[in-house]
Design a binder for this molecule. Sequence first.
Ligand code: BGC
Length: 334
Amino acid sequence: MSVKFIGESDGIKKFALENKNFVKAEIITYGARIFRLVLPVGDGIDIVAGFNTPGEFKGDNPYFNAVIGRCCNRIAKAGFALGGITYNLYANDGENHLHGGKEGFDRKIWDAQTVGNTLRLSLTSPDMQEGYPGTLKVTVDYELTDDNELKLTYRAVSDKDTVCNLTNHAYFNLDGDFESVLNHIVTINADFITTVDDELIPYGDLTKVDGTPYDFKQPKKIGKDISAETKMLTAAKGYDFNYVLNKAKDTPCATAYSQKSGVKMSVFTTEPCMQFYTGNFLDGIVGKKVYGYQSAFCMETQNFPNACNVPGFKSTILKKGEQYFSATTYKFDF
Ligand code: BGC
């Protein structure tokens, strides 16, 4: 395993993590994003979406492989109350707040240092940035092990009570060609998803997945039920739901498998939920490839979305001085 600085362009530094099996993850300091994730299959396949140069990640794109914060997913009506004060956030998804606001952590240049075999990216988000209270100091560690695991460890501490829910928005296509994800075979170890309204806002109810198109407890092709005309699948134009994970020690919360490349990805996490998103808003954006509708999928581990407005959900409040900790591993077999 090694971590190396491999260059800087447009004010963005690039690092390469490599292991003994010739797996290579390149990480950039803009948005703490995964730039490339190459597996030694055939001539080598890059299984994450994105652009050919770091600078192209600046500006509008669908959060390609970025760390999302201070609060990922949607917050209803772009606001929440904490300690008797109402905080107003930026509404960037209709009336709602999505993925940290106008300039979330995905649009910040993070500091980088190598700590042994780990790349540590750090960011200080000032008090009231994007409307969130408290100065939040965040670190995200990337590590690539010789067992072909890409490990992400998130830590944060705030000097005031705040809300915090971090994830990574990697877009995967294990075929490596970013044509379609519909033939990928997926499992998700979850009995429930958080029910959403037409604006994809979870408001407290859960839907049991048994006997529904949302059920991935047994291996199933993404495409099998994706066109079922349920209210939620229609509103989301595909899967875009938060799965409430069954507690399972040492077994993955989700897996995805490509018959084309033989690559299997297993996801492990400390988090209670995972947003499974099938790229339903990808509309032909041009990068390393042309990313069309449902050409990539995301497995975004996280705490409950909109929890700051739903008392029944596990809280995303981070108390002053307390440590936020979250860890997710993406393991690859090929
Ligand atoms: C959300 C989608 C959203 C996408 C943005 C996902 O995490 O669940 O609804 O469109 O991010 O690219």
